[in-house]
Structure formats: C-alpha cells, structure tokens
Design a binder for this molecule. Sequence first.
Ligand code: HEM
Length: 432
Amino acid sequence: MRASLICSATLYSLTCFSFSTNHGDTSENTLADYVALAAKIARESEVKRDSSIRAFDADAQRISTTGKHAYIAPGADDIRGPCPGLNTLANHGYISRSGVDSVLAITTASNEVFGMGLDLAAFLSVYSGVMAGNITSVSIGGKPKSGGLLGGLASSLDLLGEAQGLSASHNRFECDASPTRADLYTTGDAVSLNLTQFERLIAMPKGPNGYDLTVMNQFRGIRFNDSISTNGHFFTGPFTHLAVNAAAHAFTYRLFGNWSDEHPGEGYLDLETLKSFEGVTGEPGEFQWERGRERIPENQWHRRPIGDDYTLVSLNFDALDAITTVPYIIAIGGNTGKPNTFVGVDIANLTGGVFNAQTLLEGNNLACFAFQAISVASPDIIRGSILGDLAQTAVQKLTDALNPVLTTFNCPQLIKYDKSLFEAFPGGEMGF
Ligand code: HEM
C-alpha cells in the first residue's frame, strides 16, 4: 500500500509500482540507449515549445520509404494490431517487422517518423509494456507464436498471465468508440479496420485542413453515440476514454497529416493519405481493407515540423477542445449490459471531491484525472508479487525522465478513487 501512496504523489506514477524482476535481461548497451533517451526527454522538457509557424523544410520533414524503410507486407508470422501508426512503423521497418519490439524502439520511431513528442511516445510505450507486454517489450498485436522478445516471459501483470499484446488489451488500452475500429463486444473484432466506420468518417464534410480536428471531434461524438446505442458493454473509463480515445481521434489528423509549402503550419490530411496510413484501397462505396497494408505515402509524405512535436501538453489541449465541441462525450460510466442504458458516474464521488464535472475542464485537470486514475486503480489488479519488488530497469530511466515533465502539470492530489462505482458496468471491471 505504501508504494501506491508514494507513487500516486506524481502524475506519472504508473511504473512506480510496476517493476518486477520479471522483465528479462537488459544488456549494458540497451541500458546506455535508455539513459541517452531519458537525457533527451529531460533536455526537451526544458525547451519551451514554440508553435509559431515554421518554414516548411522538405528535406528534414520527408520520411523515407526506400531502402531498409521500403514497405514490405508482413509475413504470416508477423504481428499487426489495432494501431495504424504502429502497424505502419512495422511495415516500413522503423520498428521490427515482426511486430514485437522494445519500448525504446517504439518510442524513438514514433518520435522520428510521426513527430510524436518523446514524452507522449515514451508514456504510451511504457504503458503498453506494462499493460500488454513484459515491461521492456510489447507485441503491437496478439501474442507472438514463438520466441521473440516476449517469448516465455510472463506479463508484467501477473494476474493477466502471459503477455498478450495490444490486441488483447481491451479497456486497459484498446477501448470502445474508436474512430475506425469496432467495439470488441459488438463485432468481436476491435483490431481490424471497420469499413462501415471508415466510409462514415470520410463522408463527413471536410474541415480547413481536410480530415482535421473539426471533423475528428464531431466524429468522436458520433462514435460515442454509436457505442451507447449498440454496445451493452460500452465503458468510458477516465484513462481509456479521456486519454486513449481522445488520442485515437486526435492522432488521426495530428500525426497522419501531410506538411507542405501550402500547409507549413498545421498540415493537411486528404483522403489518399488517410487511406494509405489506414491500409485502405479502392474508392468510396467499394473500399477494401487488408491486414498489414498500412503504408507511408511513397516519397511524398512529410511529417510535422522538426521541433513542433505533438506532446502530452498538445494532447491535453486537443482533448479539451474535443469536449468543448461535443460536451456530452465527457461522461465517465457505461452501459449496464444492454444498449442505451448509459449511466454516468458522479466524478466528485469517484474522486472524493478532488475533481468534478466543472473543474475537470480547468487547467490540466483532464490529463491529471485520466493519468492519475491508472496509478490509483492499478494496485488493485497487480497486488501480490509486484508491489514491494521495485527493481531498477532501463525502462525506469524513462519514467524518471518523465516525472519532471509531468509534475509541471501541477495536478491536485488524487487519493480516493472509488472504483466500486464501476461495478454496475459489465465493461468496467478494470476501472481505467
Ligand atoms: C507510442 C506507442 C503507441 C502505442 C502503444 C499505441 C497504441 C494504440 C492502441 C492500443 C490503439 C487502439 C486504441 C483504441 O482502441 O481506440 C491505438 C490507436 C490509434 N493509434 Fe496508436 N499507439 C502508439 C503510437 C501511435 C503513433 C505513433 C501513431 C501515429 C499516427 C498512432 C496512431 C493511432 C491512431 C490513429 C489510432 C486510432 C485507430 C482507429 O481509428 O481506431 N499511434 N494506438
């Protein structure tokens, strides 16, 4: 218990209690790489982000799709999963083409190829290593058939058995109401792109920057209502809904958008670019999707400007923007077993009065609530062999580097988190 109280003192406390001895060897070389990355995160946290429009620099922003980064369709044993960004990175060899790679490689590639801030990329990667991998590595899809980095190693969460990968992380990471993936309990497949949803997305009236946030925010509202009306297990947890679901919608535009001389500031996401990253071919009305076809558009795609990475702060900003646009999506709760039975929990009751529906929209509270929920809820499901065994690992270097970044959020301290309020929701047992 002491660990959870100590750890919940900071926003990025998730990994404080998650290090077991059960995470494989870390060679000195790898450790050095993690230390170097941690130092880079620390340095970048001190640089004030400058979001003024930068001149378009084609050479610096163009992402290679040739040589060792040529697109190659995955082989039968290569793993792909619910994240089109990670699938793309694997299909182009920016992370292992096998679909299983280290937290370090996934963090670095997400930053270099898509301009995701190192803080956000490290957070997502570490979290996926903890929740779906063996802490230092993770499968971007299902469980590896044999060997690989995860071979034989138990999940970091002993109660979840062997590391299962991101595809099996429902309501720990993979969540309902995603833009292009169906809900697990409606189709049984939350991993493949759903063509009906894709058709609906691309039929939305485009915004000034194509499929930009004006589109994605409205679409998020539509997907939220879809889940209420079709999925008896729909659950909107503080982390999965306020952070992951917000990210899934915002990333589509913020990270897939194409930068150019015409769009040096915010980028533009057109249909062809979106189709390419989502692995879709064909024309409206007869689109096709096949596993493993996610590609960077050949020789013509330019990432966000160097130095204007999409950070944790950027995500918090966009998450607030979405709630301002479609305020009803802020509800935390779920359906109670049948469609159209959505009940929201009282956020003040859930958090012992630290947050309420009003204060959640102030300052960084939205991010504070989302991220603290995992740190307070987690000890209940990982009690046992994990607590009290806080081995130092290479990955911990990353979390140490993130702590100062996250303390700048100045979060109110969340001590109480009454997860029993989620018992009414069949989808809510994790409480994330
Ligand atoms: C850094 C490590 C990353 C991890 C661990 C991760 C993991 C995930 C997971 C588990 C989902 C499914 C969420 C859901 O159910 O809605 C998801 C969705 C998504 N991710 Fe990632 N991701 C990462 C990086 C990236 C990057 C670099 C991009 C680049 C664009 C990206 C773009 C997306 C998008 C657009 C979706 C929404 C898919 C949909 O339409 O439903 N992610 N990611």
